[in-house]
Design a binder for this molecule. Structure first.
Ligand SMILES: C[S@@+](CC[C@H](N)C(=O)[O-])C[C@H]1O[C@@H](n2cnc3c(N)ncnc32)[C@H](O)[C@@H]1O
Length: 352
């Protein structure tokens, strides 16, 4: 017997049907006829995807549905699934995916009904593909139907896409708005899911051998929006929160206290890593009145990581700021850093 999962059309009514149109309105089977045997994220971002899955999937030997699957399901080695089913649009991509036990080729925009019994899966993954769904709420309702009670629907998104195939609302939205949109997809499946949770990882430095490492852009951002289906968690352990990569935010009073102690600690007040001392190159064009400064070069420092976003908001894409400590004036200020360089010598900007 198929359980009815109720969903609301209000999202489509509010946003207008054109929001879910695409530049390329052809049948998706045409676009995906050619296999794309490529990685859709850089290696640093892919490691984050695996960490998210490793943290959230706590079921022993889970039955997993990889929705909109291709040649890699990004399952961590620590995970021993009972079975993995992949549903996508290209048979060659699915065939190349070693994690899959079963493969289904289906166009979800033509037919959002999933070809599985009610309550079949412990986990449904959808990685960097939700932007291609023209009937997302119907698909999210179907995912709720095929999930076991307490099962996990995990949607992972980033900012790369085949833009002609992504829905208009996605192309017109900022990264934050896309996260909120996916949250809306969950909440329009009325009463099926618990409140969605959000995780974000941004501003990581690309590995040195990355094709784009020299271009000064950080690793692809990774966002996860996920929710458990209501109705019990069976025998599984509680689902943990994904630990923040930045640690807990520093209390403002504690931050002020640490800033007062800088001349003694010579440690970053945000992450508490020791500062690095940098000798300054004197130049007739720069007005440094210092021989050296201190800079926090920790690539995981919250000050540095969150600055990518702040700089982007100001139109400075590919820039972040590191915290510089001026020991003469006993004062901190930001210094721009392009592309996550860890050797800022000779490239620091003076401040009066
Ligand atoms: C960017 S790839 C991501 C693949 C995979 N999830 C990953 O993480 O590498 C997008 C995938 O979405 C699938 N897809 C796109 N449109 C689809 C549709 N209408 N129905 C089913 N799958 C679709 C394609 O098969 C394609 O492999």
């Amino acid at each position: 017997m198929t359980v009815a999962i109720h969903f609301s059309q209000r999202l489509y009514d509010t946003l207008g049907p054109e929001s879910f149109s695409r530049e390329d309105q052809d049948d998706d089977g045409v676009f995906y006829r050619k296999p794309r045997l490529v990685a859709h994220l850089d290696p640093i971002a892919l490691a984050t995807v695996q960490r998210v899955i490793a943290t959230l999937v706590v079921e022993p030997q889970p039955a997993i549905l990889d929705l909109m699957a291709s040649l890699d399901s990004h399952l961590p080695e620590s995970l021993t699934p009972g079975k993995v089913v992949g549903l996508g649009l290209n048979a060659v991509e699915l065939e190349r995916n070693p994690a899959l036990d079963e493969r289904v080729v289906q166009d979800l925009n033509r037919d959002p009904c999933l070809p599985f019994e009610d309550e079949t899966f412990d986990v449904v993954l959808n990685t960097v593909s939700v932007e291609y769904l023209t009937k997302p709420v119907e698909v999210f309702a179907e995912v709720a139907r095929v999930l076991k009670p307490g099962g996990l629907h995990l949607v992972i998104l980033s900012n790369r896409m085949f833009s002609t195939k992504a829905v208009k609302i996605w192309c017109d939205s900022t990264e934050k708005e896309r996260v909120w949109l996916v949250e809306d997809y969950f909440t329009h499946v009325t009463e099926a899911y618990h409140k969605p949770q959000i995780f974000s990882s941004q501003g990581k430095v690309r590995s040195a051998d990355d094709h784009y490492a020299e271009r000064g852009i950080p690793s692809d951002p990774v966002f996860a929006v996920y929710a458990d289906k209501r109705g019990g968690s069976g025998d599984r352990p509680p689902r943990p929160e994904i630990p923040s990569e930045l640690g807990d935010p520093v209390d403002p009073d504690e931050l002020a206290r640490r800033k007062q102690q800088l001349s003694k600690t010579l440690a970053c007040p945000y992450c508490q890593e020791p500062f690095t001392k940098l000798d300054l190159e004197q130049s007739p064009f720069l007005e440094w009145d210092l021989d050296f400064v201190y800079v926090c070069l920790n690539n995981r420092c919250s000050y540095y990581v969150t600055s990518w976003d702040e700089m982007r908001a100001q139109g400075n894409i590919g820039f972040s700021c590191r915290l510089l400590y001026d020991p003469v004036r006993d004062r901190c200020h930001p210094t721009p850093d392009v592309g996550g360089q860890t050797d800022l010598k000779g490239r620091l900007s003076p401040r009066g």
